[in-house]
Design a protein around this ligand. Structure first.
Ligand code: TRP
Length: 362
């Protein structure tokens, strides 16, 4: 069987380092591994509109920002198809048919939908139907490309489960047609859920606790130096906690082994640094300076590449346009398979006239 990746992001802002360690860095590695037959990376603007109906400008403005972040991070249009969700109408059509395979009760039980419904109030106007059904649309995104692997963050687990249920249901009702995808989560706990610089569970633009992928060097430094650490670690000689300490969680995600020799030769690796912090005698400033060096080293090439692409937005649009054409072709093939399986391909169905005619030829 072919190995196919599909994944994507909602374009509601620039991507931050949480996106990077949680998914983007992995995608680039998978892309360069050569292990996959096809890779699709989608800018999920239609999904973003499900809770931004009154603010389409925000979505529109961020399409190129996200595309720039993709290219800057190392996604290569020669190896990965980058495309825009709304430009593939086949996805909407698939959603309409899948909707008949999912109950309202099942959507209400989807944990991600549930928390999102609790968090948002939709300005007192109630929950848009489109928002409520976005897990079904996400199943269309995944199955349209016959994806076998979906690299995403942990918060997307319920979406994948719902997608797999739709696939099983479709195949059992209409015959083996769709492919069941596997989720691929980050392998390191720090990458699974990188906290904000304030230690809050999630990095999010609205909380103002993000470090962006293309952040300027001085701003990276300022943010790192202001990060939360162990609140009981007051004096250098005090023993400190590394568990749950944002600075150490970031180091888990970013400190490559070679950075110790380069920036902090007092320690050979993170375990040694942690041990010193835990027994006391290692100050926060020193740890933060090291983290700043790691982040600067990691983000500099990304920022530089982004600056180059920023000068040529025509090229970026062209990448998305060509990618959307490729994606559309693939999605159309799957839609045709789906319609054939459901036997709603009437004009290609010779059997339709024959069986109906038999009724009238007594
Ligand atoms: N829900 C994803 C997010 O919020 C974006 C997304 C839309 C996606 N469709 C997808 C991710 C299909 C993976 C597969 O970031």
């Amino acid at each position: 069987m072919q190995k196919i990746i599909l994944t994507g992001d909602r374009p509601t802002g620039r991507l931050h380092v949480g996106h990077y360690v949680g998914s983007l860095r992995r995608r680039v590695e998978l892309q360069n591994s050569g292990d996959f037959d096809e890779i699709y990376i989608m800018i999920a603007d239609a999904q973003a509109l499900t809770d931004n109906a009154e603010n389409p400008g925000k979505v529109r403005e961020n399409i190129l920002e996200v595309a720039l972040d993709y290219l800057a991070a190392g996604l290569d249009p020669a190896k990965s198809t980058l495309f825009i969700q709304s430009q593939i109408p086949e996805l909407t059509e698939l959603t309409f048919y899948y909707m008949n395979l999912v109950t309202v009760a099942r959507l209400q039980r989807n944990p991600t939908v549930k928390t999102e419904l609790q968090m948002r109030h939709f300005d007192g106007g109630g929950v848009p139907v489109g928002f409520f059904t976005y897990p079904i649309s996400q199943a269309s995104d995944i199955t349209a490309f016959k994806a076998t692997v979906v690299p995403v963050g942990e918060d997307q687990e319920p979406m994948l489960e719902q997608c797999r249920e739709i696939v099983r249901k479709f195949n059992s009702v209409y015959g083996e047609t769709l492919v069941e995808p596997e989720i691929m989560l980050p392998d390191n706990a720090a990458c699974l859920r990188l906290p904000g610089i304030d230690g809050k569970a999630k990095m999010s633009k609205s909380l103002g606790n993000c470090i962006y992928l293309a952040e300027e060097p001085e701003d990276i430094k300022k943010k790192v130096m202001s990060m939360f650490t162990d609140p009981d670690h007051l004096r250098v000689e005090d023993p400190g906690k590394t568990e749950g300490n944002p600075v150490f969680i970031y180091l888990e995600a970013f400190a490559r082994p070679e950075y110790f020799a380069e920036f902090c030769p007092d320690y050979r690796n993170l375990d040694e640094m942690k041990a010193h912090y835990e027994r006391g005698g290692l100050g926060d400033v020193k740890v933060k300076k090291f983290l700043n060096n790691c982040l600067q080293a990691e983000l500099e090439p990304i920022r530089k590449r982004r600056q180059e692409y920023q000068k040529d937005l025509g090229y970026v649009v062209d990448v998305l346009k060509k990618g959307s054409e490729v994606a559309k072709k693939k999605a159309a093939e799957t839609l045709a398979d789906v319609k054939r399986a459901m036997r709603i391909d009437y004009f290609d169905d010779q059997e339709l006239i024959r069986s109906q005619a038999a009724k009238y030829q007594g």
